[in-house]
Design a protein around this ligand. Sequence first.
Ligand code: HEC
Ligand code: HEC
Length: 321
Amino acid sequence: VSNHQSTERRNREGAIVSVALCGAIGIAVVTASIAGVGQSAAGHPAITEEYGRRLIVETPSLMGPDQPNPEMRLTGSRLACTSCHLDVGARPGTLSLLASAPRYPRFSGRDGGQQDLVARINGCMTRSMNGRELARNSVEMGAMIAYLEHLAETAKATNGARLVVNEPAPFSAPPRAVDFASGANVFGTRCARCHGADGLGMRASEQPANGYVFPPLWGPDSFNNGAGMARVLTAAAFIKAKMPLGDATLTSEEAFDVAGYLNAQPRPAMSGLDADYPDRWTKPIDSPYGPYADPFPLEQHRFGPFGPIEAYHKAHRPPTR
Ligand code: HEC
Ligand code: HEC
């Protein structure tokens, strides 16, 4: 058997598995709505996987800032969770949610202790979605967790075959600072046609509540400066792996420069960020806000070069960290 043949077989099996998985999710969804478990007596949706899936896809219309009911104005941006967690989190690879539920609780340097799935989702609510925390016992939190648990169970039931990642070579940080002129050029030639020349995205309809077909990369409806995507290395890794959508062919240099370019643009600011990472040594070197355990300036933490920061951390970080 040549290499070529075995690759082909793997691909074919991968395709069959992913079709089977969609079928399984479809059946679960249909069953839930036939059984009538979608709504509680009061008319508010109940805790179902299907409601959780909808919250992740239709985030702005179900819990965005345009909600008529002020109690349901939970996000501040009009992104959807699926703007970053592609295919409702079911796309394998970077920012996949296929295996997330079983990873929690786990240690979080940002929280300075154990973080459970509720706290992790609330991290995206307050930062990526520029909103507020969902109550631990809310229907919305319960529903999103039910969906994520279902996703992980389904992925596991296929023996992890669904986890086969089809991405270009992973991002590796160039040994230099972001080149903003190059970033602007990449943005104009590779991103603007979807995300808009002004980076503000393209709305799904005239109703802001319906969110975006192409989400904004900066501006008032985007993620805030406390979000993971506001870190240049995190953004570059995502962009290299997934963008331009359907044509992820950027070099690491291009991904780095365009990630720096978009994170140099205005976006909502989060308050209280100096409470993050109580142990400063656990703070990622590309965190775009201080204080830091090292003496490097804010600008270098935001846009590199990262080599010297990394070397300093290797030399000075206390051995227990
Ligand atoms: C602007 C992009 C963005 C948006 C929008 C977003 N997230 Fe995230 N999410 C991230 C990033 C970045 C991470 C961190 C990944 C890491 O730590 O490597 C993350 C991590 C997570 C994790 C933990 C994944 C794991 O396996 O550890 C969960 C769960 C999650 N997000 C759920 C959500 C939910 C639910 C929403 C909507 C309410 C949402 N996210 C919206 C970017 C986003
Ligand atoms: C063909 C259209 C298209 C192109 C071109 C494209 N994107 Fe995207 N991008 C999307 C869509 C659509 C999403 C949301 C994911 C989804 O709905 O599946 C997205 C999501 C994103 C996100 C996360 C969500 C947010 O709003 O922050 C970032 C960051 C991003 N794109 C950056 C880029 C960069 C940088 C480029 C250029 C190198 C680029 N994209 C090119 C369509 C595109």
